[in-house]
Design a protein around this ligand. Structure first.
Ligand code: NAG
Ligand code: NAG
Ligand code: NAG
Ligand code: CA
Ligand code: CA
Ligand code: ZN
Length: 656
């Protein structure tokens, strides 16, 4: 015999109340930022015991809706016609879900909602935000009367919030329970896509005050190794709403429940890269609980890495966007929002990829085809460590995508294929990782090793830590005479860029906000010069040409203001004014940078000279390269750790 009755009564705790702020301009600002009034009466939810009457069977959806309506009308003490159904559907279990609201004088009461769920012709549960429990006292319903027209209400709300009217949604008039009684209101939407704002508001049709709102913009948070931190031993931080509204107008996670979105698709995958396990969240909240003493493969640790990699890929998407790596420039997005370029190429990230160890790599096909970032587990420690948790590694990998797409345009992925340009590709990747993980307390002469966590080695995975100290890092342009591997070449290129970076930071200061590319802070200017240089430089550039493209970017972005700081940085490490592709150190500066006073006339003359020189260098470079190729049979045109399909590793010694 079946147990006869079960009854559960649960009070939902989701209802929240935010009282309207006084109408000072400060309050309106806060309103515009998403603190609009919101009131929703506390809901009750009740399971209904089955009647035990075996004669009930399946009923049609229309019949189920009628059963639900009759049930709620009786249960909530309503007159016939006072409960109106707004939507219903039948799920795979055969349960029909029926949702509606109270209506009075033929008008919906926006926040008096109720639902009933019908199976085999019986209501199995219901919920309601009115006429139950605490809200049993029935409030007075005012007449359908408005002092303000819809247009007047819209004008006032737009003025109060600073958010434009969203005309795609037609205004509707509804009652609203404000918590202090029922008012007749006009409902419409306000939206500013560029600021990521989209709200629905109910404006009291008689006073013009916003009395209720719904914020459509997803709230999110990610528990991650937050930049500028570099690895999990520095701790995890919950980062709230990190999305940049300009770069990611629809946020990062499409569903709010998986590490998949418009910019990146992050999962643990099969050997053929099919997704198996996504990082999971709830309502945009992505948590993780990492254990340093467990293997990377435990489900909690996989989740942690997936969330961290989703965060890093999106952070660099949003930052690089500000500096020009946009849809039109060939960035990595599914939907380009009609802003140019080819879509359907969000970065595919492979968490703990099964096809390798002790490395990471990134493949960059042309715009419109999705790149692949493979993150491997490092095996030098017990337990093993996950490259996806040491932020400079995924930052390095993602930057391969930026430099490959931008150099020579996004329609071709074969412009960093020579050993020298491939070496710079490795260098840009380390450089951007350094910029994104820089702290305001850092100094130029400080030693910054890269990759200390994955191999548990304070020296990191490069031959020297990065530093402007010639003792800590002695690399010069001439070091390239004996460096033939792309990462080894990249280390020299980073040092050249790092000197420029620190000249600018020492002169113009440091900003912790990399999203403001218009800032005059030295680190922001340096990043803009480097990314601007990528767009201007030739396909398969030499170091001399890439340097000259950075000078061009300084001309186009800053009117040449930083020219001498750039020259000084390159010259300190041997890539000075008279350096050529023969890789002999030259520490000299152009004339306008070696003197003290620079008149306009002198500058103009020198500029002409520089242009001529650059042209000469380019020609010389071509000649030298041809000569070298003829003379020596050994140099390979393909860098040791990048293959012809543009797959580049972070670390020498792995065959990718
Ligand atoms: C059970 O079903 C029978 C036959 O349809 C009906 O007469 C009776 O009223 C039902 N009892 C209950 C409690 O619904
Ligand atoms: C990846 O590894 C699987 C076995 O785990 C192997 O069958 C497959 O060929 C590998 N794929 C590549 C691209 O190396
Ligand atoms: C890392 O190195 C330190 C110092 O050598 C050692 O004590 C520690 O056990 C190492 N950790 C791992 C996970 O190998
Ligand atoms: Ca694209
Ligand atoms: Ca390209
Ligand atoms: Zn690399």
């Amino acid at each position: 015999m079946r147990a006869s009755f079960t009854l559960a009564l649960t009070l939902a705790s989701a209802a929240t109340t935010v009282l309207a702020a006084p109408a000072t301009s400060d309050a309106l600002q806060r309103r515009a930022a998403g603190k609009l009034p919101f009131f929703f009466p506390e809901s009750v939810y009740e399971n209904v015991a089955p009647s035990g009457n075996a004669s009930f069977g399946k009923v049609s959806e229309a019949k189920a809706v009628q059963i639900a309506t009759d049930f709620l009308t009786a249960k909530l003490g309503l007159a016939a016609g006072e409960f109106k159904v707004y939507n219903s559907f039948t799920d795979a279990s055969g349960t029909t879900h029926v949702y509606g609201a109270q209506q009075a004088n033929g008008v919906r009461i926006a926040n008096h909602q109720a639902a009933a769920h019908v199976q085999n012709g019986q209501v199995v549960s219901f919920s309601s935000s009115f006429n139950t429990g605490a809200s049993l006292v029935k409030p007075r319903i005012p007449p359908v009367q408005a002092k303000l027209t819809v247009d007047e209400a819209i004008a006032k709300a737009v003025k109060d919030t600073g958010i434009p009217h969203h005309k795609d949604f037609a205004a509707v008039s509804e009652y609203v329970n404000t918590g202090n009684g029922i008012v007749f209101a006009h409902k419409f939407q306000l939206r500013d896509s560029s600021k990521g704002q989209w709200v629905q508001v109910w404006v009291d049709a008689n006073t013009g005050e916003i009395v209720h709102s719904a914020d459509f913009v997803k709230k999110s948070s990610y528990k991650v190794v937050a930049v500028p931190n570099t690895n999990p031993l520095q701790g995890f931080t919950t980062v709230s709403n990190p999305e940049d509204a300009t770069a990611s107008p629809n946020g990062w996670s499409t569903s709010g429940t998986t590490t998949n979105g418009n910019n990146a698709d992050v999962a643990k995958r099969t050997a053929s890269e099919d997704p198996v396990t996504y990082g999971t969240g709830s309502g945009g909240v992505f948590t993780s609980s990492w254990s340093s003493s467990s293997a990377p493969s435990t489900s909690a640790n996989v989740q942690t890495t997936a969330v961290n990699l989703f965060y890093i890929a999106n952070v660099l998407h949003d930052i690089s966007y500000q500096y020009g790596f946009t849809e039109a420039a060939g960035n990595f997005q599914v939907d380009n929002f009609g802003k140019g370029g080819q879509g359907n190429d969000a970065v595919t990230v492979s968490v703990q990829d099964p096809n390798g160890t002790d490395n990471a790599d990134f493949s960059t096909p042309a715009d419109g085809q999705a790149p692949l970032m493979r993150m491997f587990v490092f095996t030098q420690t017990t337990p093993n460590r996950d490259g996806g948790l040491e932020n400079p590694i995924p930052l390095h990998e993602y930057t391969h995508g930026i430099s490959n797409r931008l150099t020579g345009g996004s329609a071709t992925g074969q412009c960093l294929e020579t050993t020298e340009s491939g070496g710079m590709g490795e260098g840009w990747s380390d450089f951007v990782a350094l910029v994104v993980t820089a702290k305001s307390t850092d100094t130029g002469t400080q030693a910054i090793p890269v990759g200390t966590y994955v191999e548990n080695n304070t020296a990191g995975i490069r031959s020297y830590p990065y530093s402007t100290s010639l003792t800590t890092n002695p690399l010069k342009y001439s070091s390239l005479a004996s460096r033939n591997e792309v990462h080894d070449i990249g280390e020299v290129w980073v040092e050249l860029l790092w000197e420029v970076y620190w000249n600018l930071v020492n002169k113009y200061g440091f900003s912790t906000n990399l999203y403001d590319a218009k800032s005059t802070a030295g680190n922001v200017v340096a990043l803009q010069l480097v990314i601007g240089g990528m767009m201007a430089q030739p396909c398969n550039p030499t170091i001399i040409q890439a340097r000259d493209a950075i000078l061009t970017a300084d001309q186009t972005y800053y009117g040449g203001k930083n020219k001498c700081d750039i020259w000084a940085g390159f010259a300190k490490r041997g890539a000075g004014f008279s350096a050529t592709t023969t890789k002999t150190d030259k520490f000299d500066l152009p004339a306008e940078c070696s003197g003290t006073a620079t008149t306009t006339k002198a500058a103009r003359t020198t500029k002409a000279a520089t242009t001529t020189k650059a042209a000469t260098t380019t020609k010389a470079a071509r000649t030298t390269k041809a000569a070298t190729t003829t003379k020596s049979p050994t140099p390979s045109p393909t860098p040791a750790s990048c293959d012809p399909n543009n797959i580049c590793c972070i670390y020498f010694g792995f065959d990718c």
